[in-house]
Design a protein around this ligand. Structure first.
Ligand code: SAM
Length: 274
């Protein structure tokens, strides 16, 4: 089913009315017909399944046949603090991270990050990053569009981080990701989880020190050195797995409603409209 984020005002009293790009996409590109169904997401977590009853390149209208809330969102808020990399590697991380369930992306300017042009180029880049995340959210069935912040310093990233922060450092040989994560699952679920990954050149020891002083837990991702763009995604996938997000709703360990009913506590499913 094709899904589109639209302005919340497009849905009112069980009816949908959408103008502009989405109408053009549905009628001209996807060549959909009256009677077919699409999903419209209002960006606040609600998803509406809509049966089309009128369609033109400039406007579509339909009737809401069912709605659900946060059905595509994980039960844990994961922020990826990604050391800025060369070229367009971040774009792949944004797309795959959105599919995996990351809720916020914060590009981090580290000591060994390759400097990038600022000004208008930076604005255009941020705009492109945000459109990549929006498209990935539509494709993967997210109920919310993850946020993408403008690049920040490592110090600022550590200041804004909340809950559990895990810093991946290949110089760490005591604590592994799984050990650190499994001890902090409940805290992560309640307060959020931050994953901190360095650029291609890695973190400076002083940056690791800074992170530890700020309360981050430094973890190893194993004996192999992962590319920067691999590390964040591997951590995100591992976190989602540990939290039961890579499975059926009943897998969401620690969610009594899910274990009982198979419907996660945050997911409010409403059946067919009367
Ligand atoms: N020092 C690395 C090297 O020798 O190539 C450069 C850093 S690595 C390519 C990029 C980032 O991925 C690191 O800053 C770290 O955050 C993460 N990373 C890669 N492999 C890791 C591992 N085995 N354990 C922990 N972090 C790792």
């Amino acid at each position: 089913m094709h899904r589109f984020f639209v302005d919340p005002d497009c849905i009112r009293d069980g009816r949908a009315g959408v103008d502009g790009a989405v109408a053009r996409q549905v009628s001209q590109v996807l060549r959909m017909r009256v009677g077919e169904i699409i999903a419209l997401l209002d960006g606040t977590g609600w998803e509406y399944v809509v049966s089309l009853n009128s369609l033109s390149p400039s406007r579509l209208e339909g009737e809401v046949v069912s709605e659900s809330f946060l059905s595509g969102e994980p039960d844990v808020s994961v922020t990826l603090y990604q050391g800025i990399m060369k070229g367009e590697k971040l774009e792949m991380v944004l797309q795959k991270g959105t599919e995996l369930g990351i809720s916020a992306f914060v590009p981090v300017v580290c000591h060994r990050s390759i400097p990038r042009a600022g000004g208008g180029r930076a604005d255009a880049r941020l705009k492109r990053w945000r459109s990549i995340v929006r498209e990935a959210a539509e494709q993967s069935g997210r109920s919310l569009i993850p946020t993408v912040e403008a690049p920040v310093s490592l110090r600022d990233a550590l200041e804004q981080a909340r809950g559990v922060t895990l810093m991946a450092w290949e110089g760490e040989h005591e604590t592994g990701l799984r050990e650190a994560l499994s001890k902090r699952l409940e805290q992560a679920r309640v307060e959020g989880l931050g994953l901190l990954v360095g650029p291609e050149g890695g973190f400076e020891p002083a940056e690791v020190e800074l992170a530890m002083e700020a309360g981050a837990v430094v973890v190893s991702l194993g004996r192999r050195t992962l590319r920067s763009e691999t590390a964040g995604l591997a951590m995100a996938a591992a976190a989602m797995y540990e939290l039961g997000e890579l499975g059926t709703p009943g897998d969401a360990a620690g969610d009594p409603l899910a274990e009982l009913t198979g419907v996660r506590s945050k997911e409010v499913q409403r059946g067919q409209r009367e």
